[in-house]
Design a protein around this ligand. Structure first.
Ligand code: PRP
Ligand code: URA
Length: 299
C-alpha cells in the first residue's frame, strides 16, 4: 500500500487541484492525517481544506508523476441517509439524533407488543446513545496524565460535574444509561405530572445540587408533548440558578418543541424523533403511548 515519497505533491480534490504540498508523502494515509502533513497551502485553500477534513475519511494515494509531482486522491465519504444529528429551520432549537441504532431501538420501543422489561432496556440504551451526541460540544481542558511510559497531556471535560435531572416518573428510565457514560454526574429530581383534564403540569418535588449556576444540566423526559412539563421544569431549574440546560427526550411533538422554544429559546432540545402531533388527549402521534405506564408496568 505504501508508495515512494513524492517530493512535491498536488492535492486533487473533487476534480480541483490545490497547489503547494511540499512535504514528502510516504504512505496511504487517512485524509485528515495527510492534510496535516501539508504545511504549505495558499491561504485561500484553508476553508476548502477544512471542508475536506469534515467530509472525507479515506484515503490518500500518492503516485509518482513526471519529475517530482504526485497526486493525492481523496475519496469522499458516502453520505449516509442517517446523519448523526439533524437540524431543521422550522425548529432552530431542536436536534434530532438520527443515528441508525437509535432509530432501530426507537422502532422497537414504539411497538405495542414490547414488554416492560425490554421497554426499560431500550429507554436506557437510547438515552445513553443520545447522551453521546448531546455531550459532543462540552468544553474540554488540557489534563496532564502519566501513562506507564511517559507524562502526556490529555483532555477532560472542564467545569463542575454534569447534572442529570429526570422529570418523574418517566425521566427516571433515562438516568442509568447516561450515568454509565458520565459516572461522575450529579443527579437531581423534578416531580411533575400532567393534569389529565387541563394537560397542565402539577409540580410536587424539586431537588437539585447547589451551585447550579456553574453546572451543565441535562433535563430528562422521554416525552415532549404539549411542552407544559418541560417548560415548567426548565423554569424551576432557572429559578434555582441554572443557566446551561439541555433537554433530552425520545419522542417530541411539534407543539412541545415550539412551546419550549418560545419560553426558553436558550435551551437546546435533543430528541430521537419529531412525531406528527398530538391527539385530543394530548398523546403524541404516532408516539409510543404512556411512557411512565410502559416503563413501570402501570396502566
Ligand atoms: C408524561 C411525560 C412528560 C409529560 C409530557 O408524564 O413523561 O413528563 O407527560 O407531557 P407534556 O409535554 O404535555 O407536559 P405524565 O404527566 O404522564 O406523568 P408520569 O410520568 O408520572 O406518568
Ligand atoms: N406523555 C406520555 O407518556 N405520552 C404521550 O404521548 C404524551 C405525554
Amino acid at each position: 500500500m505504501c508508495r515512494a515519497p513524492a517530493p512535491r505533491a498536488r492535492l486533487a480534490v473533487e476534480g480541483r487541484l490545490l497547489l503547494g504540498a511540499t512535504r514528502a508523502l510516504k504512505h496511504h494515509c487517512q485524509a485528515g492525517a495527510v492534510l496535516r502533513h501539508q504545511r504549505w497551502f495558499p491561504p485561500a485553500a484553508t476553508s476548502l481544506v477544512q471542508q475536506i477534513c469534515e467530509r472525507i475519511f479515506v484515503i490518500a494515494r500518492v503516485t509518482r508523476e513526471a519529475d517530482d509531482d504526485g497526486l493525492v486522491f481523496f475519496h469522499a465519504r458516502e453520505i449516509s441517509s442517517f446523519p448523526p444529528m439533524d437540524t431543521t429551520p422550522a425548529y432552530p432549537t431542536l436536534r434530532i439524533v438520527s443515528h441508525p441504532l437509535i432509530q432501530h431501538k426507537l422502532t422497537m420501543l414504539r411497538d405495542r407488543g414490547t414488554p416492560t422489561k425490554i421497554f426499560r432496556e431500550l429507554v436506557d440504551e437510547i438515552a445513553m446513545l443520545m447522551a453521546y451526541e448531546a455531550t459532543s460540544d462540552l468544553v474540554v481542558e488540557p489534563a496532564p496524565v502519566d501513562t506507564p511510559l511517559e507524562p502526556t497531556v490529555g483532555r477532560r471535560v472542564s467545569g463542575k460535574k454534569l447534572t442529570l435531572v429526570p422529570i418523574l416518573r418517566a425521566g427516571l428510565g433515562m438516568v442509568e444509561g447516561i450515568y454509565r457514560l458520565v459516572p461522575g454526574a450529579r443527579i437531581g429530581h423534578i416531580g411533575l405530572y400532567r393534569n389529565h383534564d387541563t394537560l397542565e403540569p402539577v409540580d410536587y418535588y424539586f431537588k437539585v445540587p447547589g451551585d447550579a449556576a456553574e453546572r451543565d444540566f441535562f433535563l430528562l423526559d422521554p416525552m415532549l408533548a404539549t411542552g407544559g412539563s418541560a417548560v415548567a421544569a426548565v423554569s424551576s431549574l432557572k429559578r434555582a440558578g441554572a443557566t446551561r440546560i439541555r433537554f433530552l427526550c425520545l419522542v417530541a411533538a411539534p407543539e412541545g418543541v415550539t412551546r419550549v422554544a418560545n419560553a426558553h429559546p436558550d435551551v437546546t432540545v435533543y430528541c430521537a424523533a419529531l412525531d406528527r402531533g398530538l391527539n385530543e388527549q394530548g398523546y403524541i402521534m404516532p408516539g409510543l403511548g404512556d411512557a411512565g405506564d410502559r416503563l413501570f408496568g402501570t396502566r
